[in-house]
Design a protein around this ligand. Structure first.
Ligand code: SAH
Ligand code: SF4
Ligand code: F3S
Length: 491
């Protein structure tokens, strides 16, 4: 199958006509398994005078982190408690990522260490799930070289974890359960939030864009949106629990709603979430530049709770590279879009993703990327070195770039970025911003870390009883990736 046929196969023949939810009956069945394992764990506690423990490691993006919150919720309902040291936990889960090779290597490395723990404590359960598991070659490697793994499941059947764990406990045999493609969405899974006052909400799953370097569409399946009523129900319930900031998640939120019977767009959804009482800030990621509508720009401008920040990955500045990446926009179109956004929403912060080293990208091409960095003035950016992903069209392109050229280009991109980010941050010194106190600062418990509406990280003096509130903070100092400030008066 050539590239065009492949895309047609995936996006047309397998395009989902409608979002389907996993049946109530199926979820009840899983609840039953949760109850059975809970009983085992209660008996274990009575006999051994300690609760069974769990440790979950997340290797991927916010989608994966959000899946891990669901896994943790399920394990807590089973009676497991958290354990900081994975070598000592009774259940260890690796929720994996395969977007770049180094994410995969980390998983293999860590699995090697776990082997000794499993030999010492054969009762320990080692579970692998997430994107990496959707690749056949990975499953083969694990089953051959990492025989101490008990359970493997993928991205489409996370909700079945209770049944798989129960079956493994009863039979003692390793289980691999990978679904190749599945359109169903599981609503109402138990979930544990990492933060008390902010939460992520999935609005859609999968991706149909097939950027030529990216593995996500193959491991996360076709794009499917959650019904707006389910999203709003979840947001209202989070608000009821005291959550004030919501992050709406999707690989490409701009195409939200396409496979729903409802007459809805992402802009309309934003307006609906904006009405939910108790929610004070709304963020979202990620937007794809190819289909960012005027309607969305107006919605960001008009919804008072939607933060004045947009994450808009541009990846590369050279038009030929963008064409081969299958991104479906040009450098000029991207710059024009930024102009339009800034005209409607003055002061909006723009952040981005940049990839360096895509096949065919030499010194000349990287100048276009640096030009975009300088022209846009990003407040922050995630930068990645291109990683060849087997099965993607870019992996078989002939002009893969030599490592030393990639490194040199990467350093130049970082230099240009860091200069501009620092410049933008410096403009904030002396000004007062409303900062949402999100967590106690890592490494200094006398400081809190929060964010401004435009996503600037601010450290300021405070104590944990202040978390979840907004403070007027005057920025006193700045570094490239954060600022420091002091409270001037409470909101
Ligand atoms: N859906 C989002 C991105 C999800 S992946 C979007 O399109 O904006 C996050 C980032 O990982 C991408 O923006 C890209 O910069 C990077 N990425 C994806 N595949 C990669 C690869 N093969 N090598 C290096 N970086 C990659
Ligand atoms: Fe990957 Fe492109 Fe989809 Fe983002 S939009 S997940 S980069 S294929
Ligand atoms: Fe996210 Fe990695 Fe999967 S970036 S969608 S966890 S491949």
């Amino acid at each position: 199958m050539n590239y065009n046929d492949m895309i047609r196969y995936y996006t047309e023949e397998k395009r989902l006509k409608e979002t389907v939810k996993i049946s109530e009956e199926e979820l009840l069945k899983q609840r039953d398994f949760i109850g059975k394992i809970r009983k085992f764990n209660e008996d274990y506690e009575k006999k051994n005078n300690r609760k069974r423990t769990m440790h979950i490691s997340t290797f991927g993006c916010q989608m994966n982190a959000h899946d891990s919150e669901k896994l943790q919720g399920i394990l807590e309902e089973m009676g497991y408690i958290g354990c900081d040291d994975e070598m000592k936990a009774d259940v260890v889960i690796y929720n994996t990522c395969c977007v770049r090779e180094n994410a995969e290597n980390k998983v293999y490395g860590n699995l090697g260490y776990l082997k000794h723990s499993k030999e010492e404590r054969p009762d320990m359960k080692i579970i692998l799930c997430g994107c990496m598991m959707q690749q056949d070659t990975v499953i083969d490697t694990i089953r051959k070289k990492y025989r101490h793994v008990d359970i493997i499941f993928g991205t489409f059947n996370l909700y079945k974890m209770p049944e798989l764990l129960y079956t493994n406990i009863m039979t003692g045999s390793p289980i691999t359960d990978i679904w190749k493609e599945h359109g169903e969405i599981a609503e109402d899974l138990p979930s544990v939030r990492k933060y008390k006052y902010k939460a992520c909400v999935n609005i859609m799953y999968g991706c149909d864009n097939f950027c030529s370097y990216c593995i996500v569409p193959y491991v996360r399946g076709r794009e499917r949106s959650r019904r707006s009523e389910d999203i709003l129900k979840e947001v209202r319930s989070l608000a009821h629990d005291g959550v004030k900031e919501i992050m709406l998640l999707g690989q490409n939120v701009n195409s939200y709603g396409k496979n729903l019977g409802e007459n809805i767009t992402f802009a309309k959804l934003l307006k609906m979430v904006n009405e939910v009482e108790g929610i004070e800030r709304i963020r979202f990621m990620t937007s794809h530049p190819k289909d960012l509508s005027e309607e969305l720009i107006y919605a960001i401008r008009d919804c008072d709770k939607v933060c004045k920040h947009i994450h808009l990955p541009f990846q590369a500045g050279n038009n030929e590279i963008l064409r081969r990446m299958n991104r479906k926009y040009t450098k000029e179109r991207y710059l024009e879009l930024i102009g339009k956004i800034r005209k409607e929403i003055p002061g909006i912060a723009v952040t981005t993703d940049i990839m360096v080293g895509f096949p065919g990208e030499g010194r000349k091409e990287i100048e276009d990327t640096i030009d975009v960095i300088k022209k846009v003035g990003f407040s922050n950016a995630f930068t990645f070195i291109y990683s060849k992903r087997t099965g993607t069209p870019a992996a078989i392109m002939e002009d893969q770039v030599e490592e030393d050229i990639v490194k040199e280009n990467f350093n130049d991109v970082l230099k240009a970025l860091n200069e501009i980010i620092l410049e933008i941050n410096k403009e904030k010194v002396g000004k007062v911003f409303s900062v949402f106190a999100e967590e106690v600062s890592m490494g200094n418990s006398e400081f809190l870390t929060g964010k401004t509406d435009d996503n600037t990280i601010v450290h300021f003096r405070g104590s944990d009883d202040m978390l979840g509130n907004f403070y007027n903070v005057k920025i006193t100092d700045c570094k490239t990736f954060y600022t420091v400030g002091e409270i001037v008066e409470e909101n």
